[in-house]
Ligand binder design. Structure first.
Ligand SMILES: Cc1cc2nc3c(=O)[nH]c(=O)nc-3n(C[C@H](O)[C@H](O)[C@H](O)COP(=O)(O)O)c2cc1C
Length: 335
């Protein structure tokens, strides 16, 4: 028996999808409700030409939205069917409703974490994330429906210091690039004025005397208006890699990423993506896995920190393509 596509199930799926993380909170997605399912579409108007000319980070963000959509449908008792479609410039996935099925407890727990997950840019304090929890996060990446296509690993001190060094170099290059600064300023705003971009209350402090170069979203503000804080001296870092490096691999990585982030939320672990080094092709190449087949897609700082506010989202209505009859009505009024 197939589940019905009710307004309620559509709203459940869409509100979960738009809660996904996205590079600079660009929310580069659109959805088309068609023939009893969802088409997930890339919104290239939201592309970041300076840090993401190939749209890798955009497709990672889209993958995270696809994962949330599937998870919310599963938690609502529908088996989500991901229909294989060629991943192109526009359409990236199609999710349909399969048979009704009682959701597993783990599915419900992860889905309940969707609205609680957020990027935490504060310094992390206290205990290290225990090895057992780190293993659980690594297993989450492998079980995201990406098959053997995504792999999360904890960095040992040598690997961590190498990544911190690359991040420092990337961050310094980016800060001195006027185009990068313009792009950051275009995607940041005081809290409460926009439905997208990173809002000022989510910037976090600037690191003082620290090895950690977290991305500075306050580049448009005078430095003395920004608080500084000491970050961890030995941050815990994870790296997500994918087999291959094309749009399909980026989408799979985004799904794996989101499963990791939701698992971290369930376990009370704070996470911040730190991707500056992956935005410079020469630096990124140095992080390809030892056998040359595993491409770095995401670097995560993990720990325990105070809670942070959630980031804004565009309303669902702004992310849904009008249905054909609505389009006809709009053009009749416009004409
Ligand atoms: C591909 C990708 C790269 C990201 N890179 C960074 C980063 O380098 N630094 C950072 O603080 N946040 C980074 N983020 C987090 C986004 O800024 C964040 O998801 C967005 O602002 C929405 O906020 P939320 O995650 O709290 O919902 C990244 C997210 C994605 C999906």
């Amino acid at each position: 028996m197939s589940g019905p596509l009710t307004d309620r199930s559509i709203a459940t799926g869409l509100s979960a999808a738009i809660a996904a993380p996205s590079i600079h909170n660009t929310q580069p997605w659109r959805f088309r409700i068609r023939d009893g399912g969802f088409d997930v579409l890339a919104d290239h108007d939201k592309g970041l030409d300076v840090i993401d000319p190939d749209r890798r980070a955009m497709y990672l963000s889209l993958g995270a939205a696809v994962f949330n959509l599937r998870l919310a449908l599963a938690a609502a008792g529908h088996t989500p069917l991901t229909v294989p479609v060629p991943v192109d410039d526009h359409r990236v996935a199609r999710v349909e409703f399969g048979s009704r099925k009682m959701p597993a407890q783990g599915t419900r727990l992860l889905a309940a974490a969707i609205p609680r997950r957020r990027t935490n840019r504060l310094p992390y304090q206290g205990a290290l994330v225990p090895a057992g929890t780190v293993e659980e996060l690594c297993a989450a990446a492998a079980g995201a429906g990406a098959g053997a296509g995504a792999q999360l690993a904890a960095l040992d001190p040598v690997g961590r210091n190498a990544v911190l060094g690359l991040t420092w170099t990337a961050d310094a290059r980016q800060r001195s690039d006027p185009a990068y600064r313009r792009e950051i300023v275009a995607w940041t705003a005081p809290t409460g004025v926009r439905h997208d971009g990173v809002s000022s209350e989510a910037f976090g402090p600037r690191p003082a005397m620290s090895a950690v170069s977290v991305r500075d979203f306050g580049l448009g503000l005078p430095p003395d208006e920004r608080p500084t804080a000491r970050f961890e001296t030995d941050p815990q870092l994870l790296i997500l890699r994918s087999l291959g490096d094309d749009r399909a691999a980026w989408l799979r990585s985004g799904q794996a990423l989101q499963r990791v982030l939701l698992t971290a939320t369930v376990r009370g672990v704070a996470v911040q993506p730190m991707t500056q080094a992956l935005e410079m092709p020469d630096l990124r190449r140095t992080l390809i896995g030892p056998d040359g087949r595993w491409w770095p897609q995401m670097i995560l700082r993990i720990g325990y920190g105070q809670s942070v506010p959630n980031s804004p989202r565009r309303p669902i209505s702004a992310c849904v393509e009008p249905r054909p009859w609505q389009r006809r009505r709009v053009s009749a009024v416009a004409g």
